[in-house]
Design a protein around this ligand. Structure first.
Ligand code: ADP
Length: 159
């Protein structure tokens, strides 16, 4: 596995994402963490903010690059000479959507495969939306996101 891509919204990056990043960076030569610029969603953080937070949180990982993309993932992967997509699976509820996505991507480009890493048990419940909801009501999010992200999330809800 030479070059792989780990796409997502990362709004914001959580310890669950970082666990998948760390583990997949150990499996490939070069990992591109790709932040989706999705026009249909109204995110809490801009794409640039999400990229910055990911860069800060992964700065100790030499073979990890952070980028953003819009449009089709398979097109972005092909342009970057990537043959493997990494996705994380938390529970069976993730499975149906992820299966359909990976099959769609294979129809779109049969040279690109998706590999699923299952979540580490301690992060099985964790999602960016849980973090946003906890922060909105003033809950403690230090167990969910890295230090460099904590205040940035609270700040969004202070306005
Ligand atoms: P998306 O909007 O594409 O689902 P997310 O940022 O929510 O983007 O997630 C990106 C990827 O990380 C997805 O494959 C998702 O299943 C995975 N993921 C999210 N949270 C966790 C977690 N706690 N443990 C393992 N994988 C996770």
């Amino acid at each position: 596995m030479k070059r792989a891509i780990y796409p997502g919204s990362f709004d914001p990056v959580t310890f669950g994402h970082l666990d998948i990043i760390r583990r997949s960076a150990g499996l490939c030569d070069h990992l591109i963490v790709a932040v989706l610029n999705n026009n249909n969603k109204t995110p809490l953080f801009s794409v640039d903010e999400r990229v910055e937070m990911l860069k800060e949180a992964t700065k100790d990982l030499a073979n990890v690059e952070v980028a953003s993309f819009s449009g089709l993932l398979v097109d972005f992967a092909k342009k970057n000479d990537v043959g493997v997509i990494i996705r994380g699976l938390r529970a069976v509820t993730d499975y149906e959507y992820e299966l359909a996505m990976s099959q769609t991507n294979r129809v779109a480009n049969p040279n690109i495969d998706t590999i699923f890493l299952n979540t580490s048990l301690e992060y099985a419940y964790l999602s960016s939306s849980i973090v946003r909801e906890m922060a909105m009501y003033g809950g403690d999010i230090t167990k969910f996101v890295p230090n460099c992200v904590v205040d940035k999330v609270y700040k969004k809800f202070k306005k």
